[in-house]
Design a protein around this ligand. Structure first.
Ligand SMILES: [Zn+2]
Length: 278
């Protein structure tokens, strides 16, 4: 890693030429620097305290980190609010979810958001790897597992339609990830990722799910799970019945075998009922 004379900037291998901050001066309280726009190469002057700057020549939004300047992308929303609720209902009907969660959960709010993530393109032993890391601090589930669909990236500039989604500001430095990434840097960018955040209420408790509005995948950290108590009771009854029949077999084998067959059939029937009804 070489260092340029600017003490604010670490020059990283693979950062696009011309995208580096090449000067800075003190003007009053502000430290100004300039870069070349990665799209049109026009000079862009900015305050080093800011991360986002707009090119006055081509209107591109440029993302600036201490590692340099990069493009700013967004993935379009492919999932409408109605689709998001439909995906949630389908997910809620899954077998590990509480019984009738799909029917009894009340959707309390749907927030359309653009969540910022960093996209790192790395050269790992001659192979390109794309890594996604959150650029905003969050406790929301799934945001560490997002997959950015390469073909769907759109340059985020003045003409990009955010379709009413709330933009979440990045508050994690790109540089904080750079040291722990594999391989060599090829390119890095900030990507606005489309999500729906759904709040729902089930038995007076509030839960939250995140829906990837590009692929429709549903992420949830905790949710009302199907109770396993009824299965436990069936298992205990079965165990006690077999224990009793085992003792009975010592005196009356035929009666015990008949009872064991009935116990197995009975347990199958009860388990089936529990699976369907409870
Ligand atoms: Zn430009």
């Amino acid at each position: 890693m070489r260092r340029c004379d600017d003490r604010f900037v670490k020059v990283l291998p693979g950062v696009r030429k011309g995208s580096l901050i090449n000067s800075h001066r003190i003007l009053g309280m502000k430290t100004l620097a300039s870069i070349k726009c990665p799209k049109c190469a026009g000079p862009v002057t900015f305050d080093t305290g800011t991360k986002l700057v707009k090119c006055s020549y081509c209107d591109s939004q440029i993302f600036i980190d201490r590692s340099g300047a990069g493009f700013y992308y967004a993935v379009p929303f492919m999932v409408s609010e109605a689709d998001a609720i439909g995906l949630f209902k389908r997910w809620a009907a899954g077998s590990t979810r509480a019984k009738d969660l799909d029917k009894r959960a009340e959707v309390a709010g749907a927030n359309k958001q653009y969540f910022p993530v960093y996209m790192f393109k790395r050269d790992v032993k001659g192979r390109e790897e794309v890594l996604i890391e959150p650029a905003g601090s969050t406790t929301l589930p799934g945001l560490h597992e997002l997959k950015v669909p390469a073909g769907d990236l759109k340059i985020f500039d003045a003409t990009f339609d955010t379709s009413g989604a709330e933009l979440i500001n990045p508050d994690i430095e790109m540089l904080s990830y750079m040291d722990s990434l594999p391989g060599e840097a090829k390119e890095q960018a900030l990507v606005y990722f489309p999500i729906w955040r759904l709040d729902y209420v089930f038995e007076q408790k509030r839960y939250e799910v995140v829906i990837d509005a590009s692929t429709g995948e549903v992420f949830s950290a905790n949710f009302p799970a199907r109770s396993s108590t009824s299965y436990m009771i069936v298992a205990i009854i079965g165990f006690l019945a077999f224990a009793f029949e085992g003792i009975l077999a010592l005196s009356s084998l035929m009666t015990a075998v008949t009872l064991m067959v009935l116990t197995v059939l009975g347990i199958f029937a009860i388990s089936f009922y529990v699976a369907r009804r409870l």
